[in-house]
Design a binder for this molecule. Structure first.
Ligand SMILES: Cc1cc2nc3c(=O)[nH]c(=O)nc-3n(C[C@H](O)[C@H](O)[C@H](O)COP(=O)(O)OP(=O)(O)OC[C@H]3O[C@@H](n4cnc5c(N)ncnc54)[C@H](O)[C@@H]3O)c2cc1C
Length: 443
């Protein structure tokens, strides 16, 4: 049994970059001054820039890497409807009124995304077939049902419980204990969406420039001086959208570096599968999330020919081939029919989490605006909150949100290096194994 699990064209690179190659670092001239400078060219930064440029502000979006090299072209591509929180926990934290408003906005972000891509005429490779949240224990099945019931008391949404006896209608495995089906859920090809945004932002008159790190920001709102790798730029406004990459330049954004925890996620893509095999593994073509805290997920590619499988375990450290093999083992344990299928791509990216696991959008004491900490929901949330912060900065109305300037906790033991993430991941693995309640969330 020495057949390799890697295909001949195996690459350590996001599958999504096959259709939309990356690497653009634009050598264009930089302006001496702008109205708004946006740090980070992912979904949040581009959506903020789209709003400010369309509002007539001279807008510059900068990225230290190639344009879109962060998580926005590396993610799974889920467009979920909810926050990564149980509603009961959110009510404990904020009281019922605020918690419901926040949960409702999680849903609004989803529908906003659908309306936005439609109205812009973006081709984002969308499949809209719902999601199967697979319960990894019987207790997790109950927790999923309880949270869905709680949420539906406050917010209308379409869900159904699928008992274990019927789960083969949706997923080709018996290892789960049934699951929750969320009908309002889809997937996109994230790099396509990203490219549509870059084109739209440029058409609106903004500059989007890669390969130019922001190193230092001096001054206050109205009169910032931003030191970049290629010179100093004056700007009235700064919007920071660096999310899981906020620790990459030590002195650029200390406020975010101390508050946003980079959490790695890993993915593999299979080679094209025979249509019958695809049907066995994904009979209803739904995206899947399991209920573990250190969760695994999988989705069909937009052409329905292959599977992207991923996991968030920070304990998966190691060389790319070793990590790809670990994911492969989890995938083939989950879906035994995939044994013998080979892997074509492996890649990794960083999500950004706040210590409170909430999204943060606001303006700090130095007058720097930010939209960040989207956990694993930055596609709809980065779009929605990126536009919200853009609206605030452009002062055109429509920037109100129940998330504005929530207390944004820091931790004295954290300065950007996520040394505790592997320890937490090990703890979560333990909880997943021996307590089994899962993440108790609906989204
Ligand atoms: C494996 C994985 C799977 C995920 N799956 C999903 C999913 O299915 N659905 C979903 O909604 N979300 C998902 N997410 C989360 C989602 O990808 C992110 O929340 C979202 O892409 C964040 O967008 P952003 O614009 O805030 O940041 P990013 O896209 O990460 O962009 C930040 C950018 O800032 C740049 N930067 C940092 N510092 C500087 C500096 N000093 N100067 C200049 N540039 C700088 C970086 O180079 C980077 O390009 C996933 C994330 C990962 C890692």
């Amino acid at each position: 049994m020495s057949r390799t699990i890697f295909s001949d064209d195996f690459l350590v690179q996001p599958l999504w970059w096959d259709d939309v190659p990356r690497g653009e670092t634009t050598a264009s001239d930089l302006p001496d001054s702008v109205d708004v400078l946006i740090v980070g060219s992912g979904f949040a930064g581009l959506n903020a820039g789209l709003v400010t440029a369309r509002a007539g502000m001279k807008t510059l979006v900068l990225d230290r890497g190639a344009i879109g090299e962060g998580a926005s072209t590396r993610l799974v591509g889920y467009i979920g409807r909810f926050l990564h929180y149980s509603i009961a926990r959110l009510i404990e934290m904020f009281g019922e009124e605020q918690a419901v408003a926040m949960y409702r906005e999680g849903g609004e972000a989803h529908f906003h995304f659908l309306d936005f891509v439609k109205s812009e005429g973006f081709d984002v490779g969308m499949l809209y077939r719902g999601r199967f949240s697979a319960a990894h224990t019987p207790q997790a099945y109950e927790a999923l049902e309880e949270n869905a019931r709680n949420v539906s008391r406050y917010i209308p949404f379409r869900y159904e419980m699928c008992p274990r006896s019927r789960q083969r209608e949706h997923i080709g495995t018996d290892i789960y204990h049934g699951g929750l089906i969320l009908h309002e859920h889809g997937t996109v090809q994230p790099a396509k969406y990203h490219q549509c945004l870059v084109d739209a932002v440029r058409s609106a008159g903004a500059q989007v420039v890669g390969g130019n790190a922001v190193r230092h920001i001096r001054g206050r709102r109205g009169a910032f001086e931003v030191t970049t790798a290629r010179g100093v730029i004056k700007t009235r406004e700064v919007i920071a959208c660096t999310n899981g990459y906020s620790n990459q330049e030590r002195h650029a954004l200390p406020y975010l570096r101390k508050r946003v925890i980079p959490v790695p996620g890993y993915q593999i893509a299979t080679e094209p599968l025979a249509p019958e095999l695809m049907k066995t593994v994904k009979p209803s073509g739904k995206a899947v999330y399991d209920s573990k805290i250190n969760l695994n997920w999988d989705r069909p590619t937009p052409d329905d020919r292959a599977i992207v499988f991923g996991g968030r375990s920070g304990t998966l450290e190691g060389r790319p081939h070793d990590k790809a093999k670990q994911l492969y083992d989890i995938m083939t344990t989950t879906y035994p029919d995939l044994r013998g299928v080979r892997i074509r791509r492996y890649w990794q990216g960083f999500m950004g989490f706040g210590f409170d696991k909430l999204t943060h959008v606001g303006c700090n004491e130095h007058g720097i605006h930010y939209a960040t900490s989207f956990s694993a929901s930055g596609l709809p949330l980065g779009t929605y909150f990126g536009q919200k912060v853009g609206r605030r900065v452009a002062d055109i109305g429509g920037g109100d949100t129940s998330f504005w300037n929530l207390r944004f906790p820091a931790n004295p033991l954290f300065n950007g290096r996520p040394w505790f993430v592997p320890l937490l991941a090990a703890f979560y693995d333990f909880q997943d194994r021996f307590i089994g309640q899962g993440n108790k969330k609906t989204g």
